[in-house]
Design a protein around this ligand. Structure first.
Ligand SMILES: Nc1ncnc2c1ncn2[C@@H]1O[C@H](COP(=O)(O)OP(=O)(O)OP(=O)(O)O)[C@@H](O)[C@H]1O
Length: 263
C-alpha cells in the first residue's frame, strides 16, 4: 500500500515559508502527489515517472475561495482530507471567451495511525491556505480580517425570485449556495415575497447578527435595502454594514460595474 510521508511541519502560518507535504489524491488513491504551499500559490505535482511539466498544476491563491479539513465517513480509516476550492479564469472549450471555472483539489492525509493527528495536520494546512489566500486577495487588511474572525462570516442573502427572467433562485441553488459553503460563509436565505419586503426587513432587522447583507437580483432590490437602512433610527451606523450584489436581474448594470472595477 502506498503511504504518504509525514508532511514537513515547517511553520504553517508564518509569512513567506513554504509548506510541503506528500499526499494521495482522493480521486485515485494510488495517485501520489507532492503539494507545496507558497505565499502565492498551491503547487500540486503528481508523483510519476512522466516529465515534470505535464504533471504539475499551479493554482493561484488569489483565486481560492476556501479550504477545509475533515474526517472521512469510515470510522476505521484514520485518514483526514484536505479540500481547496479555486475559481480561475479559463477559456471554455471551442470558445475564445474566458470565464471563472471551478477547480476542486482534494487530498488524503494518512501518514499517521492516529486519526486526530491526521486531522490536525489537515487543519493546519487548511488554515494556512485560508490565511495566505486572504493575504493575496486583500493585501491591505486580509490578515487583519482573518485574525479578527474567531467564527465564520455571517451573511443575510436576499433573493428576488421575480427579478430578471425569474432565474435568481435557480442561480442561487446551482452556484451561489455551493460557493458560499466552500468559502465557509454561514448565510440565511431570504426569498422576497412582495415589493418592499426587503426594505421592511432591513429596517427592522437586528443587524448585529450579520457581517454583510447581500442581494441577488437587479438594482431594484439593492435600492430597497439601502432605503431600509437609511430609515432606521441608527442609520448612521447601519449604513456602514458591508453590502454586496450578485447578478440576478436582467441588466445587472450595478453588479457588472462593481465586479468589473474590483476585478
Ligand atoms: N416576490 C416579489 N414579487 C414581486 N416584486 C418583488 C418581489 N420581490 C421583490 N420585488 C420587487 O421587484 C422590484 C424589481 O426588482 P429587481 O431590480 O431586483 O429586478 P429587475 O427589475 O427584474 O432587474 P433589472 O433591474 O436587472 O431589470 C424591486 O423593486 C422589488 O421591490
Amino acid at each position: 500500500m502506498l503511504r504518504e510521508t509525514a508532511p514537513n511541519p515547517r511553520r504553517a502560518d508564518s509569512k513567506g515559508t513554504s509548506l510541503y507535504g506528500e499526499f494521495l489524491f482522493t480521486s485515485n488513491r494510488k495517485g501520489r502527489c507532492a503539494v507545496t504551499l507558497t505565499e502565492k500559490d498551491l503547487v500540486v505535482q503528481r508523483l510519476t515517472s512522466a516529465p515534470v511539466g505535464r504533471n504539475k498544476v499551479v493554482l493561484s491563491l488569489k483565486e481560492c475561495v476556501g479550504c477545509r479539513a475533515y474526517r472521512g465517513n469510515d470510522s476505521v480509516d484514520p485518514a483526514a482530507y484536505l479540500v481547496a476550492y479555486f475559481y480561475p479564469l479559463k477559456r471554455r472549450w471551442m470558445s475564445s471567451r474566458v470565464s471563472r471555472q471551478r477547480v476542486e483539489q482534494c487530498f488524503r492525509l494518512a501518514a499517521l495511525q492516529d486519526p486526530r493527528a491526521n486531522l490536525e495536520e489537515a487543519e493546519k494546512w487548511a488554515r494556512a491556505v485560508r490565511e495566505r489566500s486572504a493575504r493575496q486577495q486583500f493585501p491591505r487588511n486580509g490578515e487583519l480580517l482573518m485574525s479578527q474572525r474567531s467564527r465564520p462570516c455571517r451573511m443575510m442573502l436576499l433573493v428576488n425570485p421575480q427579478s430578471g427572467k425569474g432565474q435568481a433562485l435557480t442561480l442561487y441553488n446551482n452556484h451561489v449556495q455551493r460557493m458560499l459553503n466552500e468559502a465557509g460563509i454561514v448565510h440565511t436565505l431570504v426569498i422576497t415575497e412582495w415589493q418592499n419586503h426587503a426594505r421592511e426587513m432591513v429596517r427592522e432587522a437586528d443587524l448585529s447578527q450579520w457581517d454583510a447583507l447581500v442581494i441577488m437580483s437587479g438594482d431594484g432590490l439593492l435600492y430597497e435595502v439601502i432605503n431600509g437602512l437609511l430609515e432606521r433610527s441608527d442609520w448612521e451606523e447601519a449604513i456602514r454594514i458591508p453590502l454586496g450584489i450578485l447578478p440576478g436581474g436582467s441588466g445587472n448594470a450595478l453588479a457588472a460595474s462593481i465586479h468589473h472595477y474590483s476585478g
